[in-house]
Design a protein around this ligand. Sequence first.
Ligand code: BDP
Length: 687
Amino acid sequence: NEYDSCWLRYECVPDDRLDAYRRRCRHAYVAEEAPELSAVRDELRRALPALLGTDPHLWQHPPTTAEGFLAVGTPDDMAMIAESVPTDVVDDLADGGYLLKSVTWNGQDCLVVTASTDRGLVYGTFHLLRLLNTHEPVADLDVREEPAYENRLLDQWDTPFHRSVERGYGGESIFDWERLPDLRPRYEDYARLLASVGVNGVVFNNVNTTKPARPSANVAFDAFEGWQLLEPRRLEAFTSLASVFRRYGIRPYLSVNFAAPMLVGDLDTADPLDEDVRAWWRAKADEIYELVPDFGGFLVKADSEGQPGPYDYGRDHVDGANALARVLEPHGGRVWWRAFVYGTHEDRAVQAYDTFEPLDGDFADNVTVQVKNGPIDFQPREPVSTLFGAMPETDLGLELQITGEYTGQGVHATYHLPMWKEILDFDTHADGPGSPVGSLFRDDGEGIVGVGSVGEDHSWTGHYLAQANLYAFGRLAWDPEASAESVTEEWVHQTFGADEQVGDTVTRILHDSWEVCIDYETGGLGLMHMMHNAEEYLENHYDPAPEEWPGYHGATEEGIGVDRTSTGSGYAGQYRDPVAQRYESVADCPEELLLFFHHLPWTHELDDGTTVVQRLYDNCFAGVEETKRLRAEWQSLDGKVDERRFRHVAERFDEQVAQAERWRDVLTDYFYSHSGVPDEQGRVGDD
Ligand code: BDP
C-alpha cells in the first residue's frame, strides 16, 4: 500500500465472533442516496467483507429477505427502524448523535444504526465497525451517543502551493492544490479517518497565510501566499475538495488573511470599518457560498507573528472579527478568531487574557475565540489558559496541538492524550468548584480544535505511534470524559490487533511517554521553552538551547523559574480563587508547575527534602532511562508487529534515546553552570 490504513484496518475477526456478526450482517440496508449515505455504503463495502470474509448483500430498499440484516437509516426510512427505536428519542439527539441497537425482526437477529441526521449515520456506522473490529459482543447492543461539542475541527497547518506542512512531521502536504479539481484517493481516506472519530470540520490551510516575518534562503517565499486561496480559480478547485469531505459530514473552512481585500482585491485598505472593505468581504463570502453551500467559515490569525490585523487600522479584535462575522452570518458561517497574540508584556503568559478578557460580550454571535490550551505555546506541560471560564459571554474554542512541535516532532513517541485529559479535567472554578475546562465550551458555536499532523508519509503522521494522537483527539473532542484507558485500548486494538502482549506493551509505551518527554525536555518542575530557535523561518524547536530563551525560565546564579505571582508578572492572579491562591503560594503550587509560577533558589527544598536543582538533575536522568525502557519495550515486539512498522518505530526510538541524552546533557550542564551546585550522584559537572 502507498500508505497505512491506520485504525481502519478491518482484519478478519476471530472464529468465536464470526457467526454472531455474520448472522446480523449478511445483508445491509442503507437508506437513500444522500452523499453521506453513499459514504456509509462504501465503508460497509470495504469493511464487511474484510472483517467477515463474506460478501454481504447491500440493499437500497428495505430488504425482502428472511435472513438477519444491518439497517442504517432514519426512522422514516424503514418501518423496522421506526418500530425498533422510539422516534422521539432519535429526534432528541444532538446533531451527529446516533443509536446502535440489536433487535429481533421477523424472527431474525438484526442491527440498527439510526440518527436524525445523515452525519449521525456516518458516525454510527463507524462506531459499529469499531465494535466489530475490536471483537465486541453485539447481541445486546444498546448504544446512545451524542457529541459533547458542536464543533470538532481539524486545523490543517498545510501551506498550499508549497505542499509543506508547518510543524508537520509526516512529510509534504497530502493536498495538491495545483492538481485540483483532480482528486487523489488519499483525500477520501483522510476524510474517512477523520469521520471515524467524529471530526466535523477541516480548515484546509495554515493560519500563516502571508509571507513569513523572518525570511530564509531555504524557503520558497511566494509559496506562502496562502491568501491566494480566495482567488476565484482557487475557490473553484476548493469545491472539489469540499465534495469529498462533505460525504463524511465534514464542513470545509479556510484560513484567511485579514488584509485579503488588499491582497486578493485591489483595495488600498483592509480597515474593518471601511464600507468598501465590508462590501468586498460580503461579495467574497457570497461567492464562496455559491460554490460551497456548506462552507464552515474563516479561521483568522490577526495581529500575531507578522500577520496583519485590525490593529493596523487602529481597530481592535472585536472590530476585526465582527466585520468578517457579518458577511458569514446570512450563510450560517462562523469566524474562528485566534487568541494567540503577543503584546507589550515582558511575560507573554499574561497577554491573551489581558487582550481578550475585556472584550467579553462584544463579539458577534457567530464568532468563536480560539484559545490555545496554555498561555505560552503548546509546551510539553503548561498550566491551562486563564481564558477558560473568563469569557462567559463569548463562544470559546479550545485549541490543542496534535502535531508534536515541542514533544519530539514525530520522531519521539509522545502520546498527547494524558496531557489533554489533564487539561480537560482541570477545575477552573469558573462556576464554583466542579467547573473543569472540558465543561466550559459546550454551547452552540463552541468546540475543540486540533492543529493537524498528517502528511504524505506512509505512516501519515511521521511515526506510526503518533497516529494515536490523531485518533485520541477526535475521540476526546467527541467525549472529553472518555477514559484514557478506553480510548487507548480502542486505538491499539484496531491498529495492532488483538495480541495481548502487543496491546499491553504499546499501551504502556503510550501512557508513559508524555511524562518521560517532560522529564528530559524540561526537568519536570514547570520549566519550558528551552529549545533551539535557529535563524530559519521555521525555528527548529527540536534541539535543546536553554541559553537562547533566558526570559522563559529565569535561570540566574541564585535561582531558577519565573515569578508569575503578584510580586512578578501577576499571571497567577488571572485565575479564579482558589486556583489563583494555589499557584500564588510556593507551598501549595503543584510541583510539576512550580518553576512556571515561582523563581526559587537552586537549593530550595521540595516537599520530600530534595533541592530544586537536584530534582531537575534527577528528572533529566530519569527521562533518559525511561526512554531506554520504552525502547526496550518496543524491541520486545520484534516478530509480533509487521516488519515495516516494527523497524520504523525501532529506528525512531534509537533517535529518541540519542535526543533525550542530548537534552539531558545540555540542560543539566546549564543548570550546573548557573547554580554551581554539583549533582549528588556525580553525574554532572566535573569532566
Ligand atoms: C508557533 C508555532 C508556529 C505557529 C504559531 C501559531 O511555532 O509554527 O504558526 O505558533 O500557532 O508557536 O500561530
